[in-house]
Every structure is written in C-alpha cells, then in structure tokens.
Design a protein around this ligand. Sequence first.
Ligand code: PLP
Length: 398
Amino acid sequence: MELNDQFELIRQSSTVALADRILMLKASGRKIIPLHVGDPDFATPSAIVDAAFRALKDGLTHYGPSRGFLDLRNAIASKFSRDTSDPKCGTMAYDPESEILVTHGGIHAYYLAIQAILNPGDEVLISDPSWATHTNMVKQFRGKVVHVPALAENGFLPTFDSWKNALTSRTTAMVINFPGNPTGVYPSREYLQQLHSLAGEFGLWVISDEVYENLFFEEKPVSAGAFPDAKGHTILVNSLSKTYAMTGWRVGYMAAPQRVIENALKAAQNSITCVAPFIQKAAAFALSDDGVQVEAAAMRSAYACRREKVIQIFHDYGDSPVHILPPKGAFYFFINLRALKIPSQEICDRILDEAGVGLTPGSAFGKQGEGFARMTIAASDADVSVGFKSILDWAGRR
Ligand SMILES: Cc1ncc(COP(=O)(O)O)c(C=O)c1O
C-alpha cells in the first residue's frame, strides 16, 4: 500500500530528535540546562487562567463558532488598531466579521494560509535561515521552496537583489518572519515597504509570521499589515503563545483578505471544527485586559535583562572563538561558532554531552545556519547565565 510520498521530502526535525535525547539524558539523572526550547519559562498570567475557568464554569464546553467568537475577533481587530496608534507604525484596519480567523496557534494559522493559497508546483520564497516549519509546510502541500539567503554578514536580512533573483514565473508567495526565529532580526519600515512593492509588482502573496511581534529590544517592529495599500496581498499569521506565555493553549489567528479567510475557514472547518470555546474566551481576555498587557511588558523586560546579561558575560570573557550578534527581537541568540570549523549538529551534540547544555543546531534552520547554534533566553536567569558561561568555557577549551 502506498503512502503520501510528499512526506519523503520532509525530514524528521533534528530539533525534535535533540529534545528527545535531552529528555533521555535527564531521565538517566544528568542535569541538563535546557537552552534549546522556544517556550517562555513564565507561567501564563493567572488572570487569563481565571478567564478560562469562568468560561468552563459557564458551560462553554461544546462546539463553538468555527471562525472564532466575534468578541475574540473584535479583540484581535482592536489589538491591530492599538498597535498602530503611533502614526510611525502605519495604520491597520481589519474587519472582524470577514478578515480575521481564529486558529490553533500560529503554526495552524500558517498551515491554513499555505493551504488557502498554494497550488501544486507553486514556488514560495523563504529566507535561509528560517524556522523549519515554514519550509516543511510548503513541501507538505506540494509547493516548491526557493530559499533566499539571509547572510550573517548582512545581519541575516536578505538583500533585495536576492529576493528578486529568486523570482520565477511560478513564484506565488514570500514568507517573512520578523522578529525572526532563529536570528531575532527585523527590518525598517522602508524595507517592508520595498518588499511590498516587489510583491505588488510580481503579484505575490506576502505571508508574515508575526508571533514574536511583542518581543523586541529596539524600536517597535512594524507589522507587514500596517501598509493599507498592501493589505490585498498580505496574510498575517500570529498567536498568543509567545507574548502571553500561552504556548500550551494553542490559540492564534490569521488576518487576510476575505477570499483567503473563506478558503482557510473551509480548511479549518474540515480539520479542527473550531478552537475550544473556553480557550477563545481566555484569549479574548488576554488581548484586551490592561493588566495582562502590563504583565506581557514585564516578561519582555525580563528577556531584555537576560539579553544584556549574555552580552555582558560575552564581553567579560574577552577573546573567544564564539561570536554573538545581539538579537533585536524574539528570545534567541544565534551564536556564531564557525571559527571551530565543526558542523553545528556535532557542536550541539558535544556541548550537550560535555557541557550539559541543550542548544539547537543552526543547520536545523537552513544552509546559512551551518556553524551556528540557537540558544534561548526564554529560560531562568540562572540557566541562561550558567549555560552561556558553560558554552564559552567549552569553546575556549577547543
Ligand atoms: C516563527 C514561529 N512561528 C510560529 C511558531 C508557532 O507558534 P504557536 O505556538 O503559536 O503555534 C513558532 C514556534 O516556535 C515560531 O518560532
């Protein structure tokens, strides 16, 4: 009997394999500092948990609307307007009735976006390095990924020429992710404007994964949706996972032109039916409650302090084969270990075995990630400091 041959093209994620190995080591009694995961170490703010309990007690334990409750879609639309209250950020207006869909987290929003627009053989431009799911999802739907190099020398932002050179008559979409996983990079408003112009000129969809939008350490990133004349070709993918420490709740959303939402809605109805109603109520609360926004800002400040601490430790160590480019956003350092001239998978295996620190190999994010390792700062202050020092010590002994 045959299987879907498309899955031959997708390798099991090396990140998952690594996470499994770390679990085994821990089970055997080894103390491992887990700096490989992209999951906030903070608890979900308790007021959000209370909102979910209230909804459960109110009987919201049955099917709910597949588009999402209107109050949640209203909260998402208000969030967009709130985000662009500063004129520097542009303006953003999405109709909650027809242009917003509630999803099972950011990954599902991305899944629906690809399913809504892609036909077999269509080409999609994705920067390298990037989150592996961006590539895998396109392959899953029989699209062809064309990687656009985002070189370390250029701060991990693809040049316009590299975007342009990757275009063919089959190009359908470009995927962007700012602030990005694993590099934390995000561009200026002008860069986004130019990308939109390119997309407009060549009739491309821009799928913008903005799950790290609230984790920034410099000026506030501009959303790809904040360009009213580009709204017709833009699909926003977002979630509450990272901003509100809600990774396990599995709730996110997509904002896009109505015809994209209609396709995505059919795909959602025929796969998940709806996001659990009590989760939707908690999400609406999270997006609109002022106290929760204060807690989210406090989490961002904590990540900022850890980022500073890593930079300080790096400077204190002086000469080292390790190099860092402080991230502008998200919660990762993409550590440059190229000077060691060892493949990044082997580096991470050895750092795990010999220094007891879990890292994600840069090669898991594409060819341009080779020689790098991703270290999260979404771990306790002590783990980040002790873990980073152990990495520097280990590299210093090479
Ligand atoms: C770039 C990016 N997009 C989406 C996701 C998934 O987000 P969610 O947990 O909301 O599905 C991740 C998770 O690490 C990510 O790094």
